[in-house]
Design a protein around this ligand. Structure first.
Ligand code: FAD
Ligand code: NAD
Length: 471
């Protein structure tokens, strides 16, 4: 084993959390090494998450629109054919470009990038089992663990990524399944259900709860999402649980029943996607050796400054507390470096947006109505439908609504929930408003360009304390 020189910082994991920390550390002049075992940088997000899923969502939407939504617009198209191999290639090209871009950024910022698996030898020593064989040992003043998360499996269903798949398999199918069942109606389930349903699969989503959308989505918005996605052809079985499965036959048979118990029913499909959540991934780090703790859900335990029991070892991203989102990981990575460099850092967990990239998109920030109600705070709701927005009408794309929730006494914005075209971009304005402690009147008195979808945002704010103009 070769000894490298000492580092100010060694980062284990080159996902969004790890690579952003590495770039920021390089910018701050820390001698930094980043260890990643995947062979490419960018982690789940760039390789098998955010980026490939958005490529397939965008292109499957275009395909679906060309098939079903052109005539009324005065566009007559001839023979429309799906070339799945090319659609996958387009996705791979985006992924490759971005992961290589990250590698370039690490180099540009003077970060040593080691391809291999990192593990603790002692509190300041990390051993790297190099992908190409051999070992390297690094000594570090500071260490950041950013090893991310993995899909949670379903007991009794063995993942082969062909017939029983996680999101990783769902991003790489080589043909469109005839029938596909999705276990879990959270964000992954609904994004992947959209892709494959648009490409021609008959998709059924089985969700344990009475509502789709996963944790956080406002109930009213989730209801609309289910209705709209239902119209697009996705079938839903909510308040339903999968009891067991059998993949030994020509199709995969799932036994399902009502969540509260009842008669079993068999659901046959060619492909089953397991999308019931993700869990922290910290295997092989040898954490026991140095006494770093996990909670009962496998999350690495940290304090407000991201420090473990060992104050020079910090944790950011999916393998610790908080929502498993790339932009949350990125904020934490920057803050962790600032703590190391200056002793001060900051992430506002009350202003982290969520976006589901279906069509229409669903996006929200702050608390949902049920959470606000439970908190006992008096609140007012203002809504504005896209069907009353001029741009949405012009675009013949009017499904959805903007919903503002503000404190009844102070008018301070507590939450914004949007389902509609461009919701994912529009939520940035709500996030900024919450970050600045804005009131709904602050938004409503801000001039928004006409004709834009963002006028629906302004008018929902107006509806919160007064009346909207156009509805
Ligand atoms: P990861 O991205 O998981 O990166 C951790 C890295 O560490 C991995 O590359 C792993 O190989 C490496 N590693 C682990 N152990 C070791 C070790 N011992 N040595 C060396 N390397 C190691 N989030 C969004 O915000 N928007 C989206 O649109 C979105 N879409 C998603 C779609 C899908 C299908 C999935 C699965 C997730 C999506 N997410 C999305 C979530 C997002 O991908 C994660 O929140 C994000 O990747 C977390 O970053 P991370 O760096 O903490 O972990
Ligand atoms: P999730 O927690 O969002 O949703 C899982 C869903 O499965 C929940 O609705 C849950 O009630 C349901 N469920 C759980 N067990 C079940 C069972 N046995 N039978 C039926 N339903 C069951 O998890 P996910 O969708 O797998 O996503 C994982 C993580 O990845 C999330 O944290 C998510 O934020 C992140 N992600 C984000 C995006 C995005 O931001 N666009 C996209 C994909 C993934």
């Amino acid at each position: 084993a070769s000894e490298a020189g000492d580092h100010d910082l060694v980062i284990i994991g080159g996902g969004v959390a790890g690579y952003v920390a590495a770039i920021k550390a390089g910018q701050e002049g820390l001698k930094t090494a980043c260890i990643e075992k995947r062979g490419t940088l960018g982690g789940t997000c760039l390789n098998v998450g955010c980026i490939p899923s958005k490529s397939l969502l965008n292109n499957s939407h275009l395909y679906h629109q060309i098939l079903h939504d052109t005539k009324k617009r005065g566009i007559e198209v001839g023979d429309v054919k799906l070339n799945l191999t090319q659609m996958m290639k387009a996705k791979d090209t985006s992924v490759e470009g971005l992961t290589k871009g990250v590698e370039f950024l690490l180099k540009k910022n003077g970060v040593d990038y080691l391809k291999g698996a990192g593990s603790f030898v002692d509190a300041n020593t990390i051993k790297v089992a190099l992908n190409d064989g051999g070992e390297q040992t690094l000594r570090a003043k500071n260490i950041i663990i950013a090893t991310g998360s993995e899909a949670t499996g379903f007991p009794g269903l063995e993942i082969d990524e062909k017939r029983i798949i996680t999101s990783t398999g769902a991003l790489a199918l080589t043909e469109v399944p005839k029938k596909m069942t999705v276990i879990g109606g959270g964000i992954i389930g609904l994004e992947m259900a959209s892709v494959w349903s648009r490409l021609g699969a008959e998709v059924t989503v089985v969700e344990f709860l009475g509502q789709i959308g996963g944790p956080g989505m406002d109930a009213e918005i989730a209801k609309q999402a289910q209705k709209i996605l239902g119209k697009q052809g996705i079938k839903f079985k909510t308040s339903t649980k999968v009891v067991s499965g059998d993949a030994s036959g020509a199709t995969v048979a799932l036994n399902i029943e009502a969540a509260k118990g009842g008669k079993e029913e068999v659901l046959d499909s060619d492909v089953v996607l397991v999308a019931i959540g993700r869990r922290p991934y910290t295997e092989g780090l040898n954490l026991e050796q140095v006494g770093i703790e996990k909670d009962d859900r496998g999350r690495l335990v940290i304090d407000q400054e991201y420090r473990t029991k060992l104050p020079h070892v910090r944790v950011v991203g999916d393998c610790t507390f908080g929502p498993m989102l790339a932009h949350k990981a990125e904020e934490e990575a920057v803050a962790a470096i600032e703590y190391i460099k200056t002793g001060y850092g900051h992430v506002n967990y009350a202003a982290i947006p969520s976006v589901m990239y279906t069509h229409p998109e669903v996006a929200w920030v702050g608390q949902n109505e049920a959470e606000i109600k439970a908190s006992g705070v008096k609140y007012r709701v203002g809504t504005f439908p896209f069907s009353a927005n001029s741009r949405a009408k012009t675009n013949l794309d009017t499904d959805g609504v903007v919903k503002f929730i503000a404190d009844a006494e102070t008018d301070r914005i507590l939450g914004v929930h949007i389902i509609g075209p461009g919701a994912g971009e529009m939520i940035a304005e709500a996030t900024l408003a919450i970050e600045y402690g804005a009131s709904s009147e602050d938004i409503a008195r801000t001039c928004h360009a006409h004709p834009t979808l963002s006028e629906a945002f302004k008018e929902a704010a107006m509806a919160t304390y007064s009346k909207p103009i156009h509805f």
